[in-house]
Design a protein. Structure first.
Length: 281
């Protein structure tokens, strides 16, 4: 494929990295996982995505940071409660195929397809496509299409790690409704008026709000818009980061995960499709 002028490539071990540099932003995308792990708008030159300094981008592991694609199930919502299945599904551990790349009005549009969409735990016929639009904002569109003759149900998420200067100085606006707290026995609570991270946080918010804002005492405010979701998941491991092999012990201070997610199950009939969208600014 002839790449547009805005895109160059790098080899990281067995992996290919696409480097985007257009009039509005720079970005880096791994073919392994179709994983965006850097996005810097040129209006302020501030990195929006966090990448662990301990992770590898050579396809030897799932990348810790950036924008993991969770599909066809979210977290440990394993089909038939089969705990032998990989957490967050199998899409993120494949080398995706770049099928289209073009420059449009100072933006760069890339389209990736997942090569294997039927495996243990999800034995249906489906197409999975990720559209990435790099401009003043980063827009991710994950499209699931049922190409078979029977309906299926899936869950998933765009599990984005946002870079922050200090998690203690962050406030999240726009999260509403009730939520399940994984750290408190999956009990249900109402979203707080002032949403700050002050301890391990792993919450599934049943929020239809499409516009969120992450404000920092110092550093850029980050906008997070979503559609096609039924939940917003907010995660930070706090000091339990020491138990995650590819996160520095104090790495939790520098990221916040806000995930546009489908956690309640989306059913697709034959020929139907669903788009999960997250826009970052």
């Amino acid at each position: 494929m002839q790449l547009p002028a805005s895109i160059s490539t790098e080899k990281h071990g067995n992996n290919t990295i696409l480097v985007i540099d257009n009039e509005l932003a720079t970005a880096k995308i791994s073919l392994f996982g179709a994983h965006v792990f850097s996005f810097i708008p040129k209006q302020d030159e501030i990195e929006r995505l966090w990448l662990s300094p301990l992770t590898h981008t050579d396809a030897s592991e799932n990348i810790r940071g950036g924008t993991p694609v969770c599909w066809p199930w979210f977290a440990s919502q394993f089909p038939d409660s089969d705990t032998s299945l990989p957490t967050h599904g199998f899409a993120r551990s494949q080398e995706w195929k770049l099928v289209s790349a073009k420059d449009i009005d100072s933006h760069t549009l890339l389209i990736f397809t997942c090569p294997t969409t039927s495996a243990k735990g999800f034995e249906y016929e489906a197409d999975l496509t990720l559209e990435v639009l790099v401009g003043a904002q980063l827009r991710l569109t994950l499209i699931t299409r049922n190409t078979g003759n029977e309906a299926f149900e899936f869950t998933g998420a765009l599990h984005t790690y946002f870079a922050v200067n200090d998690i203690n100085d962050v406030e999240i606006h726009g999260v509403d409704g009730h939520y399940l707290d994984k750290n408190r026995d999956m009990n249900t609570f109402d979203a707080p008026d002032e949403y700050r991270i002050q301890a391990p946080n792993d919450c599934i918010h049943f929020s239809s709000n499409a516009r969120l804002l992450v404000e920092q005492a110092s550093g850029a405010a980050i906008s997070v818009n979503a559609s096609g979701h039924d939940s917003i998941v907010i995660w930070n491991p706090w000091e339990t980061a020491k138990d995650i092999s590819n996160v520095p012990d104090e790495g939790y201070k520098y990221f916040l995960c806000i995930e546009s997610a489908v956690t309640q199950g989306k059913s697709l009939a034959p020929n139907q499709s669903h788009s999960l969208v997250q826009t970052i600014g």
